[in-house]
Ligand binder design. Sequence first.
Ligand code: DI6
Ligand code: FE
Length: 412
Amino acid sequence: MSTLDPTSTPSTLWTNCQAATLVAGANSPYGLLVDAALVVQGDNLLWVGARSQLPPELLAVCQRQHDAGGALITPGLIDCHTHLIYGGDRATEFEMRLNGASYEEIARAGGGIASTVQATRTAGAEDLQASAAKRLRQLIDSGVTTLEIKSGYGLALEHERKCLRVARALGQSHAVDVRNTFLGAHAIPPEFAGRADDYVEAVLQMLPVLHAEGLVDAVDGFCERIAFSPAHIERVFAAAAALGIPVKLHAEQLSDSGGAQLAARYGALSCDHLEWLSPEGVQAMARSGSVAVLLPGAYYFLRETKLPPFDLLRQHGVPMAISTDCNPGSSPCTSLLLMLNMACTLFRLTPEESLAGVTRNAALALGLQDRGVLAAGKRADFVLWDVQSPAELSYALGANPRIQTVFKGQVV
Ligand code: DI6
Ligand code: FE
């Protein structure tokens, strides 16, 4: 007799599909299984493999079966770097620039990041939640099942708290997992103009309070000439380390300030942007095991020309992730699929590297061991796509071939 146990959690079998498992070191590109079977039990995958290898006793305990209709199945996509929550938008500023206004003129007229901080502070939590939910639905629509959300447009305790609470609430109300990152060191707010040291002190006061409220999963900073120096960031990282909170960094986006080496010394989960990353920075990241999060949307939107050193990152075996950087100023983007295409066209990643960048490596960038690949024991977060091959996901410009998403074992 079979091992059917009616008291055990029901299992579901998915067949008639190809599966790009993205398992590292698999002996086919993308870890592709051409005629795959997936068995889901509860929140997790119980078994993944070639359909012909499915053990009969497992088949016997599958109370439900899904025909995937020939779809390609990939792990749920992971957007590991977003600034999803903010007030207002900067479309007018975009329009002003295209009508000839300079960045300085706009800044003097109260534009730029300061205008987003102002709008975020003015907005109530409900409004912030409603506007971020629209963007979140678009990301979910492009196959996202886990995303990171940073604070960093509040820049004062009550407003950072408001944004981080909204992030938690979005995770509760949508079929998606949200990881919160405290980015107090994003910009110097107007009331601290010219007093960066004092503002860093204020950030150090906010961190333990927000952490004690369960609102912080990681700490980030913006290390740049126009933002915070490595010395400032180090104070923030030391405070995070003392609280046992993992760190990550916006590093070498507009210039090389050695942020990656600093972040590596603190065992950073990731260093992000990295257009100006030096060879020493690459080596430091390789040693610390930090993920390189590449953000082609910001590169494109800011019309940057300096490319991140992807060849060197590859040579040193630094895992590369890809993300939207969804934010109003430098990457107003809510399609992770479009980022796959741009990672290939702009950053010369292969379609396989790009897909690994929004699955396996994006999970690493968030310190999550339980997802990002399709394998037994991992979370049953996956997406069914109407494509013939995985490369189609990065090939198409602006298409969305998503058929269906399964989140924690449940069809969304
Ligand atoms: N780097 C960026 O590209 C965004 N933040 C950051 O640290 C820009 C944020 C903005 O302009 O609103
Ligand atoms: Fe960012």
